[in-house]
Design a protein around this ligand. Sequence first.
Ligand SMILES: Cc1ncc(COP(=O)(O)O)c(C=O)c1O
Ligand SMILES: NCC(=O)CCC(=O)O
Length: 429
Amino acid sequence: MIYKRSSELFASAQKVIPGGVNSPVRAFKAVGGDPIFIKRAEGAYLYDEDGNKLIDYINSWGPLILGHAHKPVIDAVIDIAKKGTSFGTPTEIETKIAELAVKMVPNIDKIRMVNSGTEATMSAVRLARGFTGKEKIIKFAGCYHGHSDSFLIQAGSGAVTFGTPNSPGVTQGTAKDTLLAKYNDLQNVKSLIEANKDEIACIIIEPVPGNMGCIPPNKGFLEGLRELCDQYDILLVFDEVMSGFRLAAGGVQERMGVNADIACFGKVIGGGLPVGAFAARNEIMDYLAPVGPVYQAGTLSGNPLAMAAGLAMLTELDGKREIFESIDKKTAYLHEGMEKVLTQNNIDFTINRIGSMISVHFGKEPVTDFASAATSANLGTFNKFFHGMLENGIYIAPSAYETWFISDALSYDDLDTTIEAVNKVAKTL
Ligand SMILES: Cc1ncc(COP(=O)(O)O)c(C=O)c1O
Ligand SMILES: NCC(=O)CCC(=O)O
């Protein structure tokens, strides 16, 4: 594959944009080489500026669960854009998407729209603090909740990929209110709570983490957190930015039957436009301004284009619930296929999967938390794997700490092509 024009565009970008990218994970800094500039995309495929066609396993980092340029979403955006792009007033479509989200997600009465997953989690924590009158929060090492200050403590995703899980710029004052727990370790959480009695507003968690690879929660772990939260009067915040409207119509709350007090969304809920949201039962949501005292706002929150894209996406998912089964089956097929060829090629690996979240780790040991994800990251092997896949026309995240984002636009032929590419690349590892 030739990436001449991409490299030229990257050279120009670097002069005026830090690192040439508007979000660090897009850079290939961890794997080496220049990022690929995309010209257009359709269904399961990206077409880059040099005319290469790639099978896409990033899908805009999750939102495009039905593939690129999905017609109902595109049509909805075009239609509404002709009527104006933003009014700064309430619009009917905001109520429509809220009604649909409240219907699809268990255990929520009201939802507030924001512009990103970061805003959703940041606002959820403020709400939890306001509601409980307590200040500390517990987060888990390796979980990523966006880039607001409280969360850049042992954060996953790009923060760990680029070696800054604790970012400079976060004050000591803020950092001291974020207590760090080990994922899948209930005893550790309990000790933290005991040591900070009556001070913890919420536990925030990716109920199925995707930002240290995909890590399934151990049996009883989420249930145990729910019990601890009930026992100690702590709110449980599920960050479902990645898992929401993906692992089930109602996210992890539905799929695993554990209720959160506040659920955060992003990615799929915006259909590829900038949307985040947080939701809870009335008692909690009515603590928000203008009803309650906790302030939260946004000039472009509930933007008509974004709401139209999100509504079209959720309408598709709600109307065709079989999509969730279809995408799970495709991911299971990919899982089995990759497992087979990696085994045949004597590669040390672990594949983690729940539904349509999957990650390949180049180590034999189980990957159950941040420490084991880091041990199995084997960056040298991963980087070779990444570039080998790319050379074979397969685009996966340029980081050993990301889940693959599967879309239902992938055909079984695409999956076979991918498995064959894994087979070829495995011989070079
Ligand atoms: C679980 C999780 N929470 C929050 C975020 C932040 O979302 P955004 O990038 O839209 O700010 C992300 C994605 O990056 C995420 O994966
Ligand atoms: N796992 C990280 C993401 O999904 C977010 C992408 C970004 O930060 O650009």
